[in-house]
Design a protein around this ligand. Structure first.
Ligand code: HEM
Length: 365
């Protein structure tokens, strides 16, 4: 029974081919959407320019993602309880189990960064639905995104660039950025105030972008979703500079946790009401919105990035199954386009092993 759940991991040649093909399809869709959004118009910000900006800030690390560069591959399953079917016709929400592969990462563009220098963690997932459908989602452990638009994101990256003289961002550049983007100043306050857990396993991860769930009757509902940790929250302790052995303490702790037994998250869907912003990821929705627990994510396998596993997947947020649709959030098409460019560049480059290496950890073995 357990073995069945892992037929997708490690993926065979068919799955790898499928994943690459899907990435290609996503790329084509992405370009269409990007055109529709004006993202590729001459004189405007392009996905290539955004990825160039990441490279100019972090250096080029061949073979690695241009952001969220340090990560590990995971696998497990999603156990749906059926409660999501009233909102979405996607088969993943029908009572039953869907195989899942994914990736935990830190949101930095340098693949050899010590974990102690990172502040945002991410969980990316691909739900492998029957009939070859997939739902890919990338979530961060912050409550809102700091910027509303791709142009704002580029401005934030440039304003946060460390000054070579001080090693810190230029305060004047930051002040100018936040002056021009009061929504970002407010969002950063929310991000800084969030409870910050001591590891990947007891962190909760949020879609931040809004989407639309469409049910069997054709009713479309604005939603956001979160993976809410079942492991008890333990606040992160302040950390000293890494000594060498503990550069990967977050990833090592995750592997040790999974070796002890499966790690679980509740998939909570937040149901938007008319007037809730769907095109602005800097804005939280009111706390009293309905939260529907639609099932449990169970992760019980972890392995280092390598050929054919999550290393070679593009967790494009617009790879969606029937029953889940994009919202009007301008970040979505920009993400899709930028991830495609990052994926295309890294796919064509020689690979260096990830900093994070450990023996195969599968719970119960
Ligand atoms: C315009 C805004 C954004 C840009 C330009 C951007 C850029 C990137 C890039 C270049 C990557 C690496 C992609 C790859 O090579 O596979 C990435 C990864 C990621 N981003 Fe974004 N991002 C944006 C907004 C967001 C938002 C709003 C979220 C919300 C949760 C997010 C979550 C993630 C996650 C979870 C990953 C890691 C996926 C993985 O593990 O493969 N990003 N981002």
């Amino acid at each position: 029974m357990q073995q069945d759940r892992y037929r997708l991991w490690p993926p065979g040649p068919r799955l790898v081919g499928g994943v690459l093909a899907a990435a290609g399809v996503a790329g084509v869709l992405t370009v269409g959407l990007a055109f529709a959004g004006g993202f590729l118009s001459p004189g405007r910000l392009t996905q290539a320019r955004l990825i160039d900006t990441f490279e100019s800030l972090n250096g080029v690390h061949p073979g690695f993602r241009r952001n969220h560069a340090k990560g590990v591959c995971i696998a497990g399953a999603f156990e749906a309880n059926g409660a999501g079917t009233r909102l979405s016709s996607a088969s993943v929400f029908r009572s039953g189990t869907t195989p899942v592969t994914g990736r935990f990462a830190v949101a930095v563009g340098r693949p050899f960064v010590p974990d102690s220098e990172t502040e945002v963690r991410s969980l990316a997932l691909a739900f492998h639905l029957p009939g070859g459908e997939e739902w890919r989602t990338g979530m961060n452990d912050i409550p809102v995104f700091p910027v509303r638009t791709p142009a704002g994101f580029e401005e934030q990256l440039l304003a946060s660039r460390p000054d070579p003289a001080t090693g810190k961002p230029d305060p004047a550049a930051l002040k100018a950025f936040f002056g021009a983007h009061p929504e970002a100043a407010e969002a950063v306050q929310r991000i800084k105030a969030r409870p910050f857990s001591d590891g990947f396993a007891n962190a909760s991860y949020n879609s931040l972008d809004a989407f639309r769930f469409v049910n069997a009757a054709g009713t479309s509902t604005p939603v956001r979703w979160s993976m809410v940790a079942k492991d008890p929250f333990v606040p992160a302790a302040p950390r000293a500079a890494p000594t060498g052995d503990d550069r990967n303490y977050l990833f090592d702790a995750l592997a040790a946790r999974i070796a002890k037994g499966p790690v679980r998250w509740h998939l909570m869907v937040t149901v938007g009401q008319p007037g809730d912003p769907t095109g602005d990821a800097t804005q939280p929705w009111p706390d009293d919105r309905e939260h529907v627990d639609v099932g449990t994510l169970v992760i019980d396998h972890i392995e280092a990035e390598g050929p054919g596993n999550c290393r070679d997947v593009n967790f494009d947020p617009l790879v969606l199954p029937s029953g889940i649709a994009p919202s009007d959030d301008p970040l979505l098409s920009a993400r899709s386009a930028a991830y495609s460019t990052s994926f295309t560049r890294r796919a064509g480059e020689a690979k260096t092993p990830s900093e994070v290496q450990f023996p195969d950890h599968r719970s119960g073995t």
